[in-house]
Design a protein around this ligand. Structure first.
Ligand SMILES: [Zn+2]
Length: 337
């Protein structure tokens, strides 16, 4: 038993003539081969990629489980008990053996269906599980959020890595988003061709420059085999399109312009100011078009929207043109001053 697992550890070690072994990744030498130590080293080895660490943690998880069930068998065999209670003990041992398995399956169902973790604290669920099997102790919310979440995360990652490793060609996609706390993140997906979500990167204070992005893209590619990605397409114009009032985030760009004036300026004066705003925006959009022509980037005027913010009651009716198309207006906002 356990041979294939051992082989999965051994393939990362070289055997040396004096019976010692060395890690193929960092060259650390062990005088004697000890599977447990060699396994632990692959989990902590500074040169070990995350995917290998994950698979080694899974081997560790499963081997500690077999050891534990092995122990309980010895205990039941050693104790001298009457036939009837011996039958009971067998059932107990069997239940304990699957108990962790049941908890894992419950946790998996909770995570995958997006059920709130607080469910395990609800008296009705607790009662339900008690009636179903009095010996079963529903896992605590903390155990779900730590032990079981980690375990299932590792399992799922491992399965995903195995699938991605088996593919000859992969396709990487990434896009800039903001998370619930409004922090900048970049999500990475790999398609084979079915898309799989592989990484979310909190970009913190790093500017989304092409240099930073290429470095992060490279990191992901290296994990899954850089030579499996044949074509690189990047839709990212942050630090390329530099026009003073155009702001870019990943592949989105926003332009703005404004005017301020007295509340009591005449209607004619307001119209004049508004027309000037529109022509300023049109000038910026024209610069964007020129930049696009020079850099082989096409902008879609049909997907370009304009929104006016005004404190005036009279609606903002003039709309800028971009590449000959009158832009779609999102309802003009009264900034309510
Ligand atoms: Zn090592």
């Amino acid at each position: 038993m356990g041979r294939p697992k051992d082989l999965r550890i051994w393939e990362h070690y070289r055997t040396l003539p004096n019976k010692s072994v060395s890690c193929k990744l960092c060259n650390k030498v062990y005088k004697f081969s000890n599977a447990a130590k060699m396994l632990q080293h692959l989990i902590t080895c500074p040169k070990s990629p995350e995917t290998l660490k994950d698979s080694m943690k899974l081997i560790k998880d499963s081997s500690s489980k077999t050891k534990m069930s092995g122990l309980s068998e010895i205990e039941t065999n050693d104790s001298f008990i009457s036939p009837s209670s011996s039958a009971n003990t067998t059932i107990n041992a069997e239940f304990q053996d699957t108990d962790d398995h049941i908890k894992t399956e419950l946790a998996r169902a909770i995570f995958v269906t997006g059920t709130p973790l607080s469910m395990v604290q609800h008296p009705l669920w607790i009662q339900f599980f008690e009636k179903l099997q009095p010996k079963f102790k529903i896992p605590s919310r903390k155990a779900l959020a730590t032990k079981y979440l980690d375990k299932i995360y590792r399992e799922m990652r491992f399965e995903l890595n195995e699938e991605l490793n088996a593919c000859s060609y992969l396709h990487l996609q990434c896009d800039g988003w903001s998370n619930l706390r409004n922090e900048g993140i970049i999500n990475f997906l790999i398609s084979k061709p079915q898309p799989a979500y592989v990484k979310s990167l909190n970009t913190e204070s790093n500017p989304h420059t092409s240099e930073y992005l290429s470095q992060e893209v490279e990191k992901v590619m290296k994990v899954y085999g850089a030579n499996k990605f044949l074509v690189l397409i990047i839709l990212h114009i942050n630090d390329m399109l530099q026009i003073s009032n155009i702001h870019c985030y990943a592949d989105d760009s926003t332009g703005d312009t404004l005017y301020t004036g007295h509340a009591k300026i005449s209607r004619a004066h307001t119209d004049e100011c508004r027309n000037r705003l529109v022509s300023e925006i049109e000038t910026s959009l024209h610069q964007v078009s020129i930049w696009g022509e020079q850099n082989l980037v096409q902008f879609n005027p049909k997907k370009t929207q304009v929104c006016a913010f005004t404190a005036k009651k009279t609606p903002f009716v003039v709309s800028p043109h971009f590449q000959g198309t009158s832009l779609d207006k999102v309802e003009s906002r009264n900034s309510g001053r």
